[in-house]
Design a protein around this ligand. Sequence first.
Ligand code: GLU
Length: 551
Amino acid sequence: MENITNQLFPHKLESVISMYKKYPKRILPKGAMVTRIAPSPTGFFHIGGLYMALISERFAHQTKGVYYLRIEDTDKKREIEGARKIISISLCKYGLSPDEGEGLGGIERGIYGPYCQSDRKEIYKVFIKHLVEIGRAYPCFCSQSELDEMRKMQEEAKVRTGYYGIWAKWRDADKNLVKEMLDNNKEFVIRFKSTGDYKKSFSYKDLLKCSIEFPENDIDTVIMKSDGLPTYHLAHVIDDHLMSTTHVLRGDEWISSIPLHYELFNTLELEPPLYGHISPINKIDEYGHRRKLSKRKDPEANVIYYDQKGYPRIAIIEYLMNLANSDFEDWRNKNPTSHYTEFTLTFKKLAASAGPLFDEAKLRDISKELIAKMTATEIYEDVVNWSSEYDSKFKDVLLSDKKYWVNAFSIERSIKKTRKDIACWSEIKRFFYFLIKEEFAKPDWLKFNSPLSKNEISDILLQYSAEFSINDLQDEWMNKIRRIAIKFNFAPNAITFKDNKDKYRGHVGDIAQIIRYAITDRTQTPDLYQIIQVLGEQECARRISFGRNFD
Ligand code: GLU
């Protein structure tokens, strides 16, 4: 066996003991959790990944522990260029930068690294070699076509598929044959030699699920591929041990691998971490079916979708907190000004919210509430940031006059009840279109519904411009409009009109509507007086005279 081991691992490797010395147990306060997120760089960053990152970060930090990022890139065929960078940028944008692991600019922090699995190849080899030495791993030379053939035979024989028992061709192969294969440089993988019995059951308690009974693992799983890189199963066992992970919170597609993972930990005489398997985020699709958010089918599965729309990042985080622990919403209502990190996330509530339903309408509501609480300056800064990435023309407009735009975003913000019209920054330009002096065009009066003739509208606007002063206080300004209303036989207020419908043609609101339309090209806007104050005397006068020209 020694010869074979040397042939399998011809380069000098460190010992298992030296590995344990190199990665000592972390010294942390009692109860502190060490969590991690371990994404594979295989495409865009999934909203489910962000959800798991938030949960892992919260549990670590609320217990004064450590939350780190490990890039799991051992499947080189599935790796997508640039995906690694997207992971660190997304985490940073959402305030979930890890304590250890790759940060922005590809810079790693932490003493338990390297934090990227392909850079840990030699570490895994130490343990794989050790497993071979103790007789718990062996090379397998089966080609893909042989494995396919075996599977076909198993299906025909109606037996369980997989590399186990009598089907495990190279498990007890003759040593001379193995040596010959190696001498001839035949391609091989290394398989774990399971001692489990499928007929026996294995009981397991997940952090987030009820106790589960599994059959023991008896599959001789590949632990090292022909390219020398380990598979996830072995790599995560080594890494989570060496990096002192206490709680592995991962997607529940891994739960069926638990018997294998426990067997690997036991074989290496290591204590397994606690596992919590998180159910994926669901959605109701166009056919009314509940299903997992799909990477391929649903644009909203990609974190970039929320960025493009310009949801404030804190809204996404608060929404995900809601999905994770349903009592977060209650807490938020009782603590409207607290930071979300003051809420304590629990496994109990997380377990109860299995397979949470993603609902963008709910996200919009949360976002509107949060935007309503922001100051105009905060909004300005966020919108500038968003538009520098997604609307550079609008960014230039915003940067050309900060004071003007902060005033604009202050409209109906200083009064007790702030408007809640905006859910994301991509909506703000359309909403405030009438404040973009550079883009404002002449209103189309053909679309304006009014009992008044063109000439009367023109007269009203003329009258208004004669009376208008930017220095008028709101009451004064309103009184001026009332006077115009009376002149044109409109009631000075809605109640008077209601009681005397045959006496008046309408009421003051109809006159204000004409002014609103001339100034904003809209029939519905936030407070007109405030809009006028922001636009200023000159711009208002220009629009009013513009509005009188119907051709
Ligand atoms: N790389 C694995 C995945 O992306 C991570 C599983 C884990 O967190 O252990 O599914």
